[in-house]
Design a protein around this ligand. Structure first.
Ligand code: GTP
Length: 313
């Protein structure tokens, strides 16, 4: 797969005046398919996806580069009513992303009519003087996609300037996603490339692997637990025989949660580890050894210092 990590400071950025490049935010309420859309745009997995709302926590950037054009996608956490400091951080990530980008993609779920959270997003994007793309997702599973799209469109009423609309399935329709990507390339301003043209994301490999582990943990855990875990990777070693050894941690808020993550006889932790290892092996095309430990950082979601330490800053 492509190299996952690029850095704007690496000094390799292209500087030709004939290049077009820009930042495009992908926004929407939780669980509508923003990260899935990003991964399909890039043809590789840079962002975690799961059936649970609020899987994305930081603004992951995904980079798509052609010979003369570069889109830096900013995948944002789902905009929602925050319950804790982590939630506030997530909403700030969205607002920060919207202020800085050249265009906005608003993703909606066509299986359902708009709700409060969609209105919240519409209010945030409606008046920004930037190209806006309304993407109706999950057409494969929507009973009344046209009717739903009409209701979402109505939330943008009064907006000055054009809104481009697309209905697609981010998960099952890569051709439609590629067509949308072409339209996005057309709105990029003239700019040098922001990132070297080799990477697909601005995350370090450790951050990326930690997100895959969190995705699998979120899929397995029940009730409130998925939202109270964080993950980090402390060590990544590549052996000469090609095996990658990754040491990760799952962080919980209370000692009582530790046992719930580990499960009887360690079964659940083993399952999370196996599923994450499988994904990592496919995505890296290498054999992976994944060591996982569960640790407690009391109340980390409300602790500014712990949030910073875990990369939510
Ligand atoms: N049927 C169907 N499901 C989809 C489609 N796109 C995404 N999904 C599913 O929707 C769920 C949420 O997808 P994500 O990409 O994680 O959604 P998100 O908007 O990034 O979610 P947050 O992290 O909560 O903001 C996952 O279970 C996806 O598999 C689609 O085109 N069709």
């Amino acid at each position: 797969m492509t190299d996952l990590s690029s850095s704007p400071e690496s000094g390799e950025a292209t500087t030709s005046s004939e290049t077009h490049s820009g930042f495009i935010a992908i926004v929407g309420k939780p669980n509508v398919g923003k990260s899935t859309l990003l991964n399909t745009f890039l043809g590789t997995k840079v962002a975690p996806t799961s059936p649970r709302p609020q899987t994305t926590r930081r603004g992951v950037r995904g980079i798509f580069t052609t010979e003369t054009q570069q889109i830096v996608f900013v995948d944002t956490p789902g905009l929602h009513k925050p319950k804790d400091a982590l939630g506030k951080y997530m909403n700030q990530e969205v607002q920060g992303a919207l202020a800085d980008v050249d265009a906005i993609i608003w993703v909606v779920d066509l299986r359902r009519p708009p709700g409060d959270e969609d209105e919240l997003v519409a209010r945030q994007v409606r008046d920004l003087p930037k190209p806006l793309f309304l993407v109706g997702n999950k057409t494969d599973a929507a009973k009344y996609p046209d009717e739903a799209m009409k209701l979402y469109r109505a939330l943008l009423e009064g907006r000055e300037g054009e809104v481009s609309e697309t209905m697609l399935s981010a998960q099952n329709n890569p051709a439609a996603v590629a067509t949308l990507r072409e339209q996005l390339l057309d709105v990029l301003p003239e700019n040098p490339f922001f990132f070297p043209n080799s990477g697909a994301s601005d995350q370090t490999r450790e951050q990326w692997a930690a997100e895959i582990i969190r995705e699998e943990a979120m899929k397995k855990l029940r009730e409130e637990l998925p939202y109270s875990v964080a993950t980090r990777v402390n060590d990544w070693t590549e052996r000469e025989d090609g095996l990658v050894r990754i040491e990760g941690e799952i962080i919980v808020e209370k000692s009582a949660h530790k046992g719930m993550v580990i499960g009887a006889g360690g079964k659940q932790l083993r399952e999370i580890g196996q599923a994450a290892r499988k994904q990592l092996e496919i995505l890296l095309n290498r054999k992976v050894f994944l060591g996982l430990e569960v640790i407690v950082i009391p109340g980390w979601r409300e602790d500014e210092e712990a949030l910073r330490e875990l990369g939510y800053e």
